[in-house]
Design a protein around this ligand. Structure first.
Ligand SMILES: CC(C)(COP(=O)(O)OP(=O)(O)OC[C@H]1O[C@@H](n2cnc3c(N)ncnc32)[C@H](O)[C@@H]1OP(=O)(O)O)[C@@H](O)C(=O)NCCC(=O)NCCS
Length: 180
């Protein structure tokens, strides 16, 4: 196969696959600046390892990490897409969409019917079927009480708890309902 740099640049492809432990260092490196800009929630390295099965990654033809995203299950019918990002130089080329489609596919196969996300990327998520969430309409009081027991920051954000409000300022709460 001809693999000159110019040829390579013309047809740069990417693959989405389940994350492996060896992706974590690159994920943390790529997430760093986004955490600093408060686009992603800060997380300890150990938290990335512990949640590795939640993650999909996108890699380029050389195997370099160019994107990642996770699906976190919260309840029988409820999940969250979190920590979704595409490397700056790859934005607008379908990587984020491919990751999100994969995560939504996972949600379906796990039995999750509604997927939450908290984001500044309202247009992107709207294009994928999400809509802006109405206040507290998503869970009944019993489930709310159960979710309160979770130590997970993302769950606290979903519940819109006061203690996480400083982190979520300016973000939009969005939700997708699978209808079929
Ligand atoms: C949100 C984010 C992951 C999107 O990643 P991306 O790889 O640029 O996403 P895509 O290329 O699939 O789509 C982006 C845009 O490019 C356009 N696009 C260009 N070429 C495309 C292609 N080949 N296929 C699909 N879309 C394409 C789409 O119309 C889309 O427009 P939209 O954002 O208005 O929907 C990325 O902007 C990001 O990393 N943001 C910072 C982190 C963040 O805020 N994450 C969300 C919090 S969970």
């Amino acid at each position: 196969m001809s693999d000159s740099p110019s040829h390579h640049n013309q047809r740069k492809g990417f693959t989405v696959r389940p994350a492996r432990t060896t992706d974590v260092r690159s994920i943390i490196e790529m997430a760093g600046p986004l955490v600093e800009k408060r686009l992603l929630v800060p997380k300890e390295a150990v938290a990335y390892y512990e949640s590795i099965q939640e993650f999909l990654v996108a890699v380029d033809d050389d195997g370099t990490l160019i994107g990642f995203g996770a699906l976190h299950v919260m309840w029988e019918d409820l999940g969250e897409v979190r920590t979704l990002a595409t490397d700056g130089s790859w934005r607008g080329r379908g990587v984020g969409s491919a990751l999100l489609r994969g995560l939504l596919e996972r949600a379906r196969s796990l039995g999750v019917q509604r997927v939450f996300c908290l984001t500044f990327e309202v247009e992107f998520f709207t294009r994928h079927g999400f809509s802006v969430m109405e206040e507290q309409s998503a869970v009944d009081p019993e489930v709310y009480a159960e979710l309160l027991r979770s130590p997970d920051e993302g769950v606290a954000e979903f519940l819109d708890l006061a203690r996480v409000k400083p982190n979520t300022l300016g973000n939009t709460r969005m939700i997708l309902h699978f209808t079929d």
